[in-house]
Design a protein around this ligand. Structure first.
Ligand code: NAD
Ligand code: ZN
Length: 359
């Protein structure tokens, strides 16, 4: 097992990474303050892993909420089901919520924990590659609004992140690729050596070779933990974690949540960020092509949907959180492994990038 720490003073917390951790009671108990525990999961993950987790937590006053699966349900109505269950079972302020599932479950459970009785403890048990390398770490929680992704939410840190890499065995290949988008993101923004390692090992990663997956998860979590520790509430450097996301969120919203997977939209969005960085002359053609090739090798789209015009992007990006004081800010690359957040870019170049959809 590997262990990392997200350093946030008295709100610091551990990330445990290893195979079979779902069955290790001693990893959970130090992070559960009271007797009541509520596991939140979805109807895809529950038949796979809920029983195992419940066995691990025997002895607690344990309840579970099984939500409908998917991004389309990351909304108020679904969130309400968590509160209804907690209140019906009379869970009090010492209850601990456990998010068992992908990023949708993690984001919703974290937001529920932030709101319930003005804040209760929660633990992340991410079961998709995307949630293991990204969404479970860093304390961004929330839900979608029809007008935009993650428009309602809170910064709220978990007490622990328990990553059982064995749970990836049941994950569909398309979801593995989606998770690899965020893994590639860390290489592009922060770590050229990691990017080269990914180029060497992409095939093995897609086949979920255990040692490679553990390494990729640990290196990704280390970068995320580092960035979050430096800038928890995204006043500065944390924004680089949004590479490809301003474009990607627009794709997700335009296609309808759940049509393009988040990671797929981010894959295409990062390819667009590479393309724009090249058009601006910040990286050369070879570097852009290298990054785009790696995204493609992960099984991800490298162009926006054919049905999306440049104007669709402009409209949707205007509601994105990266717009500050009416100015669109984008994460772009100065080199492979070095990202910048900037509002200084030529709008003609942006327009050309936006008009490059799939043909
Ligand atoms: N909070 C953050 O910092 C942050 C960062 C990145 C992404 N996100 C959010 O995360 C969400 C995407 O997360 P995701 O990609 O995990 O999606 P997801 O939660 O929808 O999970 C993807 C699918 O895999 C299924 N699944 C989960 N674990 C499984 C397993 N072990 N075996 C088989 N199937 C399994 C789920 O039921 C679902 O159908 C988006 O809503 C995105 O906004 C948040
Ligand atoms: Zn993301």
């Amino acid at each position: 097992m590997q262990q990392l720490t997200v350093e946030l003073g008295d709100r610091s917390y551990p990330i445990y990474i290893g195979s079979g951790l779902l069955g290790q009671r001693e990893l959970f108990t130090p992070h559960i303050g009271g007797k009541q525990v509520c596991v939140v999961t979805d109807d895809t993950v529950s038949p796979l892993y809920l029983d195992a987790l419940c066995r691990t937590l025997e002895g607690y006053q344990l309840i579970s909420v099984v939500l409908p699966t998917g991004e389309a349900y990351k909304n108020w109505a679904t969130l309400q089901q968590i509160f209804d269950t907690l209140l019906t079972a009379r869970h009090d302020r010492r209850t601990t919520l456990i998010a068992l599932g992908g990023g949708v479950i993690g984001d919703m459970t974290g937001f529920a924990a932030a709101c319930y009785q003005r804040g209760v403890d929660f633990i992340q048990v991410p079961t998709t590659l995307l949630s293991q390398v990204d969404s479970s770490v860093g304390g961004k929680t929330g839900i979608n609004h029809p007008a935009g992704k993650n428009m309602l939410g809170a910064f709220y840190q978990p007490k622990a992140v328990i990553i059982d890499t064995a749970s990836l065995a049941t994950l569909p290949a398309r979801e593995v690729s989606a998770g690899l988008a965020e893994v590639i993101k860390y290489g592009l923004i922060r770590d050229a050596a990691f990017l080269a390692w990914l180029e060497d090992n992409m095939r093995g990663l897609r086949n979920l070779e255990a040692a490679l997956v553990t390494e990729a998860v640990a290196r990704s979590c280390a970068i995320k933990a580092d960035v979050v520790a430096a800038d928890e509430r995204e006043g500065g450097v944390r924004a680089i974690l949004n590479l490809g996301h301003t474009f990607g969120h627009a794709i997700e919203a335009h296609q309808g949540y759940g049509q393009w997977l988040h990671g797929e939209a981010v894959g295409a969005g990062m390819a667009m960020a590479l393309d724009l960085s090249r058009r601006l002359g910040w990286i050369d053609t070879a570097a852009a092509e290298r990054g785009i090739a790696l995204i493609g090798e992960a099984g991800l789209p490298v162009r926006s949907p054919a049905s999306m015009a440049a104007e669709d992007f402009i409209d949707l990006m205007a509601v994105d959180k990266k717009v500050l004081d009416g100015q669109l800010r984008l994460v772009l690359l100065k080199a492979l492994g070095e990202a910048v957040v900037t509002a200084e870019f030529d709008s003609a170049a942006l327009h050309e990038t936006l008009a490059q959809g799939q043909s």
